[in-house]
Design a protein around this ligand. Structure first.
Ligand SMILES: O=P(O)(O)O[C@H]1O[C@H](CO)[C@@H](O)[C@H]1O
Ligand SMILES: O=c1cc[nH]c(=O)[nH]1
Length: 235
């Protein structure tokens, strides 16, 4: 067991789907996995292992924001030998043409978090990127499943509520959607030399003000879940 995950050795698969919302983890486990075992409920940050099409896979909640995600990602890798982590998250569209329900693959992640500066020191602006092989696989899985996807730069924000940032400028420079974890996940993936990717669904649009309900954010974005599961098992 690690400090924040109550699993015994061997109870977590090498590939983990990693939603921010622990209830989304439960929903994925209950609706898509077979032979499911819940290995952790520490802090209600649920974790499950089961099989998908005969392949062993785990689903673990990460919580919101880079500090929370970093705890769970680090423990998954260091204590449980996890080799692939796919974030399965919601994000806000930063351009008008990113619609609710659109699936987005995170190629890289810009951030206003201090985590990259704290790692490399002032003056170095590290660019966290996802694993290309995983990104390529997810892109082709989505094509096979006829799920349209966007691929792009995800803005990982330190604050959900922030009216001081120039989001339009970030969008003008190519950021597609904003959430709160991808840069931290990609940074940790690079540090420990494991594969990481973010597969996101647009849950609201910052330009138009459209927004999905919390129930929809928990349960209805099943295209993203299916693409993530299929990507996870095609190794
Ligand atoms: O839906 P999840 O995966 O939690 O992701 C997004 O939702 C939360 C904010 O509502 C943040 O964690 C953000 O990154
Ligand atoms: O962090 C997030 C998640 C969804 N939508 C947003 O606008 N921000």
């Amino acid at each position: 067991m690690s400090t924040h995950i109550g699993a015994k050795n061997g109870e977590i698969a090498e590939t983990v789907l990693f939603p921010g919302d622990p209830l989304r983890a439960k929903f994925i486990a209950e609706n898509f996995l077979e032979d499911v075992v819940q290995y952790s409920s520490v802090r209600n940050m649920f974790g499950f292992t089961g099989t998908y099409k005969g392949h062993r896979i785990s689903v673990q909640g990460s919580g919101m924001g880079i500090p929370s995600l970093s705890i769970y990602a680090t423990e998954l890798i260091k204590f449980y030998g996890v080799k692939t982590i796919i974030r399965v998250g919601t994000a806000g569209g930063m351009r008008e043409d990113v619609k609710i329900g659109d699936v987005i693959l995170g190629q890289g992640s810009t951030t206003d978090s201090a985590v990259t500066a704290n790692t490399f020191g002032a003056g170095v602006h590290y660019a966290p990127i996802s694993d290309f092989e995983l990104l390529d696989r997810a892109y082709h899985v989505a094509q096979d499943m006829s799920v349209p996807v966007r691929v792009g730069n995800i803005f990982a924000a330190d604050r959900f509520y922030n009216d001081e940032l120039d989001m339009k400028k970030l969008a003008d420079y190519g950021c597609v959607a904003t959430e709160m974890e991808s840069a931290g996940l990609f940074l940790i993936g690079a540090k420990y030399n494991i594969k990481t990717l973010s597969i996101l669904t647009c849950s609201d649009n910052l330009v138009t003000g459209e927004s999905a309900s919390s129930k929809e954010r928990e349960q209805s974005f099943t295209d993203m879940m299916k693409v993530s599961l299929e990507t996870g098992i095609r190794g």
